[in-house]
Design a protein around this ligand. Structure first.
Ligand SMILES: Cc1cc2nc3c(=O)[nH]c(=O)nc-3n(C[C@H](O)[C@H](O)[C@H](O)COP(=O)(O)OP(=O)(O)OC[C@H]3O[C@@H](n4cnc5c(N)ncnc54)[C@H](O)[C@@H]3O)c2cc1C
Length: 335
């Protein structure tokens, strides 16, 4: 049974529960894309950071991962004094200071991130009603917040068509609405979007696939076929042999074994590593053939990954169907 919504909920676009490392990053990511949106972060404690918060950190609490790894990529950690560092590990209080400074310094729409944090506000109840979440914290004076279950888009109210979220697609796939010979726009560049694009293009719809340029771009689509005798491409990527070629900070420093150390640190090894991934990349691009003639007018080239496979930091997609890329090149407009 759904609960009765309170009479005066305050509307937010995003409500985050908990301001540990993850909560602060969710807020930062969302506000980087939509700086003007209303975001609230409920934190039950008096200070942010959870494990790393002022309340919980004591002088002899040290980190378990080294300095260069415990910082966000968009904000370097200040130098840690030598006496607080031991072989790259360091006192946890520097993470506390770093997180607090991070939330103070990230400013969106003139408002620092930390001004959106509600401290000593443990969320007590959270429930869904209609298209909304209702969130109530056990703090006197704080109203119930309301935010949409599915993020909305600017000027959505002016859109005349029907909007379907991917989570409801399975329910609606066989419904009338998708039987109509209307154009379909799919938003997003990763696997779910790719699956819906394929499903609709296969069913004969005219599909336009919209992928935002300012984010990480389209997923890197690789063939389902395996290499070096493995059954499929995932099996190729996750063998012990392939793992030697995943350059990692730790592998570079100490190596899993002599071979990985050699591959990650010696001049010849690094050249072999580079060449291996360049070949993998070239093969994936050649198979997809993003510049093919029949896809030019449709913008098929927009699906070309903007980084090499080794460096890609967005999602990977598998071409599980033999006609996946051909169908998109021919029958889908990619923008
Ligand atoms: C002693 C110790 C040492 C560690 N050392 C390392 C390390 O060196 N390196 C490393 O990477 N990881 C380490 N970890 C793991 C650490 O847990 C994670 O790095 C990190 O803190 C996880 O962040 P998180 O945001 O996912 O969750 P959390 O840090 O757990 O954050 C969750 C937040 O949600 C809040 N919250 C929970 N319920 C509610 C509610 N109902 N309403 C409002 N707020 C709520 C909590 O107060 C908390 O602030 C260590 C953990 C411990 C315990």
């Amino acid at each position: 049974m759904g609960e009765r919504p309170p009479p005066d909920p305050v509307d937010y676009d995003l409500v985050i529960i908990g301001c540990g490392i993850y909560g602060s990053q969710v807020a930062r990511t969302y506000l980087s894309i939509r700086p003007g949106r209303r975001v609230a972060i409920f934190e039950s404690s008096k200070t942010i950071g959870s494990v790393w918060s002022r309340e919980r950190v004591y002088e002899d609490f040290w980190t378990q991962v080294p300095l260069s790894i415990l910082e966000f990529s968009d904000h370097p950690m200040q130098d840690v004094p030598q006496e607080d560092e031991y072989y790259g590990f360091f006192k946890a209080k520097h993470v506390t200071m770093y997180l607090e400074e991070y939330c103070r310094n990230k400013v969106f729409n003139g408002q620092p991130l930390d001004s959106r944090i509600l401290l000593e506000a443990p969320v007590q109840r959270i429930y869904k009603d209609g298209g909304f979440w209702f969130i109530k914290a056990a703090k006197s004076g704080l109203p119930t917040l309301r935010c949409p279950k599915v993020p909305d888009l600017p000027n959505l109210s002016q859109f005349q068509g029907t909007i379907i979220h991917h989570k409801d697609f399975a329910l609606l796939e066989t419904c009338e609405i998708l039987e109509q010979p209307k154009g379909i726009v799919v938003i997003g560049g990763a696997k779910s979007a790719a699956d819906v694009v394929y499903s609709r293009a296969k069913a004969g719809h005219r599909v336009t696939w919209l992928i935002r340029k300012s984010a990480s771009g389209p997923a890197y689509f690789i063939s389902a076929k395996g290499m070096v005798g493995s059954q499929n491409s995932k099996a190729t990527l996750y063998t012990k042999l392939t793992s030697l070629f995943f350059g990692s900070i730790f592998a570079a420093q100490m190596g899993f074994n002599r071979i990985s150390r050699w591959i990650n640190t010696s001049e010849i090894g690094v050249a072999v590593l580079r060449k291996t991934w360049q070949d993998f990349n070239a093969r994936a691009l050649a198979e997809a053939d993003y510049d093919r003639a029949d896809g030019k007018e449709n913008g098929f080239f927009n699906l070309k990954p903007d980084t090499e496979f080794f460096w890609q930091n967005d999602s990977t997609g598998i071409d599980q169907r033999p006609d996946f890329l051909d169908l998109i090149a021919r029958d889908t407009t990619v923008v």
